[in-house]
Design a protein around this ligand. Structure first.
Ligand SMILES: NC(=O)c1ccc[n+]([C@@H]2O[C@H](COP(=O)([O-])OP(=O)(O)OC[C@H]3O[C@@H](n4cnc5c(N)ncnc54)[C@H](OP(=O)(O)O)[C@@H]3O)[C@@H](O)[C@H]2O)c1
Ligand SMILES: *[C@@H]1O[C@H](CO)[C@@H](O)[C@H](O)[C@H]1NC(C)=O
Ligand SMILES: *[C@@H]1O[C@H](CO)[C@@H](O)[C@H](O)[C@H]1NC(C)=O
Ligand SMILES: *[C@@H]1O[C@H](CO)[C@@H](O)[C@H](O)[C@H]1NC(C)=O
Ligand SMILES: *[C@@H]1O[C@H](CO)[C@@H](O)[C@H](O)[C@H]1NC(C)=O
Length: 236
């Protein structure tokens, strides 16, 4: 499928980069077998595809996003692909109480946690910044603050499993570009926060790895359950 050709390289890249930098061993799909993994923003796009890859590798997955209907279909497809188990919990990452309770519930469903993949973003369009503070606040809360809440809540479980946090970021989180100021700010914030925490883990000998994934433009148009028409024009 042409569609998989688009998806496979970046997603494999994420896992390869993760294993290359976090441990001096080669990536093998069996490494994910039986692992307990959360994927956020998994109702479409890259998050959906990561859930399928994890399922094929035999992981336990809990997926989340707002659209329950999509998540339901994705969970049953994960089971078909060979997931050890698959569940969904729907809700919005605008709500930090939800974020906190989500991690606790997911941990209970799987009996622990090995990998927290943070991937969701609030809907973003390309515009000149017009002074609309609400868009900035929502970007910072959904794209950044909820990541902090989710990772802080998950840390006790990740310490127990010597687990890992995977943060999906963007070129726009490393280099400034116009028309996406609120999005870019939230992605830069992720780098500052999680790179700092990574150093703290190293000094405090906390065995929880942190990987920041810097993705370039990915055309996620394809035969998934939902599709936004402006996808091909995005440069996030
Ligand atoms: N595609 C690219 O070109 C590209 C480039 C660089 C980096 N990235 C990064 O890759 C990641 C995934 O991008 P994508 O293109 O796959 O995005 P996407 O297709 O827009 O998917 C975003 C996901 O986030 C969820 N979401 C949106 N608002 C939410 C909210 N308020 N609370 C909880 N979940 C919410 C969406 O589901 P619901 O609407 O159902 O909630 C969806 O599952 C992002 O971190 C993005 O920054 C993408
Ligand atoms: C936020 O989420 C919590 C837990 O799911 C829920 O009890 C609460 O009503 C939500 N708050 C809002 C404003 O939706
Ligand atoms: C995002 O979606 C909400 C409705 O869910 C809408 O009110 C808002 O205008 C959208 N924002 C952008 C930047 O597209
Ligand atoms: C985690 O690492 C510690 C060493 O710091 C080790 O004793 C423990 O068995 C490991 N736990 C798991 C679940 O791998
Ligand atoms: C850290 O965790 C990994 C598993 O992810 C384990 O192989 C390693 O022994 C642990 N190291 C320490 C120092 O705890």
């Amino acid at each position: 499928m042409a569609f998989m050709k688009k998806y496979l390289p970046p997603i494999l890249g994420i896992f390869l980069a993760y294993y290359y930098y976090s441990a001096n061993e080669e990536f093998r799909p069996e490494m994910l077998q039986g692992k307990k993994v959360i994927v956020t923003g998994a109702s479409k796009g890259i998050g959906e595809q990561m859930a399928y890859h994890l399922a094929k590798m035999g992981a336990h997955v809990v997926v989340t996003a707002r659209s329950k209907e999509n998540l339901k279909k994705i969970v049953s497809h994960c089971m078909e692909l060979g997931a050890a188990s698959a569940h969904y919990i729907a809700g919005t990452m605008e709500n930090m109480t939800f974020a906190e309770q989500f991690v606790a519930k997911a941990g209970k469903l799987m009996g622990g946690l090995d990998m927290l993949i943070l991937n969701h973003i609030t809907n973003t369009s390309m515009n000149l910044f017009s002074g609309d503070i609400h868009i900035v606040r929502r970007s910072m809360e959904v794209n950044f603050l909820s990541y902090v809440v989710l990772s802080a809540t998950a840390l006790p479980m990740l310490k127990q499993s010597n687990g890992s946090i995977v943060v999906v970021s963007s070129k726009a989180g490393k280099m400034a570009s116009p028309l996406i100021a609120p999005y870019s700010a939230s992605k830069f914030a992720l780098d500052g926060f999680f790179s700092s925490i990574r150093m703290e883990h190293s000094v405090a000998k906390i065995n929880v790895s942190i990987t920041l994934c810097i993705l370039g433009l990915i055309n996620t148009a394809g035969p998934t359950y939902t599709r936004s028409s402006d996808r091909a024009h995005r440069v996030l």
